[in-house]
Design a binder for this molecule. Structure first.
Ligand code: 13P
Length: 274
């Protein structure tokens, strides 16, 4: 039995223990985009398009300075918002940074932690990412921990090793139970902003591996953890990805800046619940 078969075998053996219905989550990471006018119009369109509670949770992630405006527009809407980053300190002399308690004060629900752009462009290491995950939980904000391999790592057969390392450093620092209120996003670096999406089969394989990693330590966490796929998710590929059993929604970059496209992705996630 090759190591890969073993993973599938283990994965299959734990899913039999219990079946948990996970509410899909579709998250729009707006990154460093938009003016007050654009972002306001986008939030208004989403609010109009998603007026009612649905079987799919929807979250948007504006830049820090757009948060108060988006928060105001989304009042009374089922759409929640999150932040793209946070700092580990609570307050004090950290010029330019924003703390978890500041975000919580505004009603923040989620925060992205460990996005590959933070890891690569801003050189965030495993220690800082683990500390940010902890800081989010201390502020009662749900972290969305992003993990993923580069193209070179995938081509060298290192995908599972890299993801395991990225997840284990956070599990070791915060404990497995911390993932009861967290979300994991698998975002292969080679698929982000490149138009090259992982195939549903490629993504499912890694999602199953991630779930197995958690289930090994806690069947409950393994079953209930939402694992999102991110990397060139679009209206026309979302349905195929979301149809896979271990893909619980998406973390969408570019396509989340267009209201109609993003709403179509939410609709694709809705089909998972039917
Ligand atoms: P794209 O959807 O633009 O590839 O971005 C994905 C991403 O990084 C979401 O966090």
């Amino acid at each position: 039995m090759s190591p890969k078969d073993q993973i599938r075998y283990n994965h299959a053996s734990y899913t039999k223990v219990k079946f948990t219905m996970r509410k899909p989550l579709v998250a729009g990471n707006w990154k460093m985009n938009g003016s007050l006018k654009d972002v306001g119009a986008l939030a208004e369109s989403l609010k109009k398009g998603l007026a009612h509670q649905s079987q799919v949770e929807v979250a948007v992630f504006p830049s820090f300075i757009h948060i108060p405006q988006v928060e105001q527009i989304l009042t009374g809407s089922p759409i929640v918002w999150g932040a793209q980053d946070l700092y580990i300190g609570q307050s004090g002399a950290f010029t330019g940074e924003v703390s978890g308690s500041m975000l919580a004060d505004l009603g923040c629900t989620y925060v992205l932690v460990g996005h590959s752009e933070r890891r690569q462009v801003f050189h965030e290491d495993l220690g800082l990412i683990s500390a940010k995950f902890k800081a989010a939980q201390n502020a009662n904000i749900r972290p969305i921990l992003c993990v993923g391999e580069t193209l070179e790592e995938r081509e060298n057969g290192k995908t599972e090793e890299i993801i395991k390392e990225q997840l284990n450093s956070v599990i070791e620092a915060s404990g497995i139970e911390a993932f009861k209120s967290a979300v994991v996003a698998y975002e292969p670096v080679w698929a982000i902003g490149t138009g090259k999406t992982a195939s549903p089969e490629q993504a499912q394989e890694v999602h199953a591996f991630i779930r197995w990693l958690f289930a090994k330590q806690s069947v409950d966490v393994g079953n209930s953890l939402r694992i999102l796929y991110g990397g060139s998710v679009k209206a026309d590929n979302a349905q195929g990805l979301f149809a896979k059993p271990d893909i619980d929604g998406g973390l969408v970059g570019g396509a989340s800046l267009d209201a109609a496209g993003f709403l179509a992705i939410v609709k694709a996630a809705l089909q998972k619940t039917e």
